[in-house]
Each structure stands twice: as structure tokens, then as C-alpha cells.
Design a protein around this ligand. Structure first.
Ligand SMILES: [Zn+2]
Length: 293
């Protein structure tokens, strides 16, 4: 999943470097070769502003890196590893590193011993293992959830990802409501919509034996609540996903995503157009279909 992981200061000074081999983790101070590489990366990334996630391919390896403020975090992976997961890990570890060494980083001028950062190896090991578990349980989950969301919340969800589908709708409602509470407002809508798509796809795959059509979708939705469909507008009489919530903007991104995922058709997208949480009588979802020529 990840061969090596580095954290550099933008001036090229290496702060942390770990080589992750199967079943063994070694923390290293940078070698000659690495020093060369790091100055190359610094030269390359100095052209970019902060907040850029990018990659360099060198022979069999890919270096996925992110430039943030004064630091560059880099993951080295093999060409057949999953880049999305590496990007995720890079972003997560950057955040953890800054959180853990806030004070040290403020005063760190490079003359202090670098072994103050050695204990970070435990964090790297833990996060990489968590990501591996998540990917094992649900290969698409990480790619669909922004890295700024706590890995613990994602792991909790992934541990139950079978239940999300197998114990639909009770477990699906309970667990997604709990997960939604842990998300920061600015990322909640996107994340819940993406999650809904994944779960909807899996539930429909399991439940629809014949053809996926409006009727089959409505049959699934009627397990959630009494539903009706008119002119491609689906109405949930009582929506258990937003029950008890009062919000300024539509709240049922998960349901919109769920319906879209259940159709699993690139020609169909679904958007919420009325929501009980914002004071509407019912939650309603518009199904947009690109008409076939
Ligand atoms: Zn709603």
C-alpha cells in the first residue's frame, strides 16, 4: 500500500522518513540518495502554491505528495498500488504530524535532534493499518470520503459496512445518522451523497433480481418509508434520515445518493428538492434522466 513516507520542510530539510516493509517498520534518517531526491522534489514543488496534491512517476515508483504551508508530505508507492489511498494517507498524516508537533515545528531550526519526530512512526503504522482495514472491508469508501474527515469515524463505518447493506434499512438509517453527526458541515453534503451512492448501489444489487427500473427502486425505498413517485419526483412521506433534525439547507444527501446509486446508471442523477429538516412537509427527490435518443 505504501513503501515509504517522508515529511520535508519546504527548504529541503528532512524531518521524518519511514520505510514500511511488510511486517516491519523502520524509521530512518535520510540517506545520501534521499537527500538528492528531496532537493529534486523541493525544486519541483516550489513552483506550486500550498494545498496541492500531486505526483511524480519515476520508473516503478510513484511519489504522491502534498505541499501545505511550510511542509511537503510524500508517500512512495509502487506503480500498481492505489494512488487514491496514498493520497488519503498523505493528507491524513500531514494533519496528524502538524497536530502532534505544533510546538516543535514552531521552534525547529534544524539544529535540534531530529529524533524528536521518531515517535511519529507509531502514528504512521496505525494510520496505514487502519486504511488497510478500511480498504479490505470496503474498497470504495476511502476514495469517496475527503481525507479531512477523521479516520476513526471512517473506520467505524467501514467495520459495519456489511451491516449497512445486509441490515437495510434499520442499520443503514442508524449508522449513517451517527456518521453524519461526526462530519464537518462543509464536507457533510458531499460525503453523505457519495456514501449514499455506494450503499444504494450495493443494496440494489442485492435486492433487485431482475431489471433495475423505477418500480424496483420504489420497492426498495418503500422499505425506508412510505414513498410515492410522480413525474420523476420521489416523495418520502416520513423520512427517517432527517427525523428530528432542523437545518438551513436540505439534509438528506444520503438519500439522494442512495437513489442515484440504486439506479446505477450514468444517465441518471438525483437531487433533493424539499426536505423535512428545513421545514418542508416531506422530503422530495428529483430524478434527472438524460432521455435516450
Ligand atoms: Zn430530507
Amino acid at each position: 500500500m505504501l513503501d515509504e513516507f517522508f515529511i520535508l520542510r519546504r527548504d529541503g530539510l528532512s524531518l521524518f522518513h519511514i520505510r514500511l516493509e511488510e511486517n516491519s517498520f523502520t524509521v530512518q534518517l535520510p540517506e545520501e540518495l534521499f537527500a538528492g531526491f528531496s532537493s529534486a522534489i523541493v525544486a519541483f514543488t516550489s513552483e506550486l502554491g500550498a494545498g496541492h496534491l500531486s505526483k511524480i512517476e519515476i520508473e516503478e515508483h510513484i511519489f504522491v505528495y502534498e505541499v501545505m504551508e511550510n511542509l511537503i508530505t510524500v508517500a512512495k508507492i509502487s506503480i500498481d498500488d492505489d494512488e487514491t489511498i496514498a493520497e488519503h494517507i498523505v493528507a491524513l498524516l500531514y494533519r496528524e504530524f502538524v497536530k502532534e508537533y505544533q510546538e516543535e515545528l514552531k521552534n525547529f531550526d534544524g539544529t535540534v535532534r531530529r529524533d524528536i519526530f521518531f515517535p511519529f512512526a507509531d502514528k504512521v503504522r496505525k494510520i496505514v493499518q487502519m486504511c488497510e482495514n478500511i480498504v479490505r472491508n470496503n474498497p470504495n469508501l476511502l476514495a469517496n470520503i475527503p481525507p479531512s474527515i477523521s479516520i476513526e469515524a471512517i473506520e467505524k463505518l467501514s467495520n459495519f459496512s456489511e451491516e449497512l447493506v445486509d441490515k437495510f434499512p434499520e442499520a443503514t438509517i442508524r449508522m449513517t445518522r451517527n456518521f453524519q453527526k461526526e462530519l464537518p458541515e462543509e464536507e457533510m453534503h458531499y460525503t453523505m451523497h457519495k456514501l449514499g451512492i455506494e450503499v444504494g448501489k450495493d443494496v440494489a444489487e442485492k435486492k433487485i433480481k431482475k431489471k433495475t427500473n423505477d418500480k424496483a427502486i420504489m420497492k426498495i425505498l418503500n422499505e425506508i418509508s412510505i414513498c410515492s413517485c410522480n413525474d420523476n419526483i420521489i416523495t418520502l412521506q416520513i423520512c427517517p434520515f432527517c427525523r428530528g433534525r432542523e437545518t438551513k439547507v436540505f439534509d438528506c444527501d444520503f438519500v439522494a445518493g442512495f437513489i442515484e446509486g440504486a439506479y446505477n446508471n450514468p444517465q441518471i442523477s438525483v437531487r433533493e428538492i424539499a426536505c423535512h429538516a428545513t421545514g418542508d412537509k416531506h422530503c422530495q427527490f428529483q430524478v434527472f434522466k438524460i432521455s435516450e435518443m
